[in-house]
Design a protein around this ligand. Structure first.
Ligand SMILES: [Ca+2]
Length: 321
């Protein structure tokens, strides 16, 4: 029997975060133990609704606990990406009556879940790293209790997105990102560029194909990515971008990775111009390596993986419209 992979997804749920949650909810290899929410893409409460809708379309509402984590970055004001994401779910809604998040704070949940099975749980970190940094600050044992972090963030000596220098997740809470990279975790990074822009872009035609699968998941996917598709095309990217779902997929399916290397990663916190920039040093600057950075993946394999995932028939827990 195949051993399932214990995991938590720490998310600012909008668009591709929803897709990443579906990876955790539907892949038979995934043992998704919790979803923790962090301030990021869209309004915090809206992100929680987006997570519940994603649980619902997977037919798993109520089965995976949702914990509310930090509602703002450690030091700075929250910066939204609503211009990119809209409401994060393509205008979908459902009846949220009776749904409640877990009473425990997300940071404490992360600490407890990691301590409950030391060295076993991996965390897919697809929002700003506030919750992860706070957990490491609150309980230093958290660092060794976690098996590994799979982090979507930064760029590998390439362009940012929210600024020329910085990718959104690290830009929003650079102090948290810096704390996490200095903490001693086993870290894998899925960067924005060049990786995501080359290997995890779904064209309008591909999205239409998935939307035509005739499954609730296919329809959900097409609707949810619609806002980012429009935005991405407006900034010259030929499709919707899927770094978050790629991060979850890489944890479960390392065979998707075709190139990787270890780097010394550090995050800029002092400058305004390059706030959140991820300096990824490639081994010639005398710095200690602290992260494995994914450099290339099997793009067709990843697209096929998600298409297969969305081909599954699910019975949504509640009707989405
Ligand atoms: Ca995200």
């Amino acid at each position: 029997m195949t051993t399932r992979i214990p995991m938590i997804i720490d998310t600012d749920t909008a668009q591709d975060d929803c897709v990443a949650l579906l990876v955790g909810l539907l892949d038979p290899l995934a043992d998704l133990r919790a979803i923790t929410m962090v301030a990021g893409n869209v309004g915090f409460e809206r992100q929680v609704l987006n997570a519940w809708m994603t649980l619902s379309v997977a037919g798993r509402l109520g089965e995976v606990p949702v914990y509310l984590g930090c509602r703002r970055p450690m030091v700075r004001e929250w910066v939204s990406a609503e211009n990119v994401h809209g409401d994060g779910a393509g205008g979908l809604s459902m009846d949220f009556e009776g749904l409640e998040p877990e009473p425990q704070h997300g940071v404490d949940a992360l600490i407890e879940l990691a301590a409950a099975s030391p060295g076993e749980v991996s965390i897919v970190c697809i929002g700003p790293l506030t919750n992860i940094a706070m957990a490491a600050v609150k309980d230093p044992a958290f660092v060794s209790n976690v098996k590994s972090l799979f982090i979507m963030g930064g760029s590998n000596n390439a362009r940012g997105n929210i600024t020329a220098a910085a990718e959104y997740n690290f830009y929003v809470d650079p102090e948290a990102a810096k704390t996490v990279f200095e903490a001693g975790f086993d870290i894998t990074v899925v960067p924005w560029a060049p990786l995501t822009l080359r290997d995890a872009v779904f064209s309008r035609e591909k999205i239409a194909e998935i939307g035509a699968l005739g499954t609730p998941l296919g329809s959900f996917f097409k609707r949810v990515v619609s806002t980012t598709l429009d935005f991405d095309e407006s900034v010259g990217i030929p499709g919707s971008t899927h770094p978050d779902s790629l991060t979850a997929a890489v944890l479960l399916h390392p065979e998707l990775v075709t190139a990787e290397a270890n780097f010394a990663v550090d995050i800029e916190t002092g400058s305004e111009l390059t706030r959140g920039y991820s300096a990824m040093s490639w081994g010639v600057h005398g710095l200690a390596e602290n992260a494995r950075v994914i450099e290339a993946v099997d793009a067709a394999g990843f697209a096929g993986y998600l298409t297969d995932l969305f081909s599954k028939q699910t019975t949504p827990s509640r009707k989405l419209a």
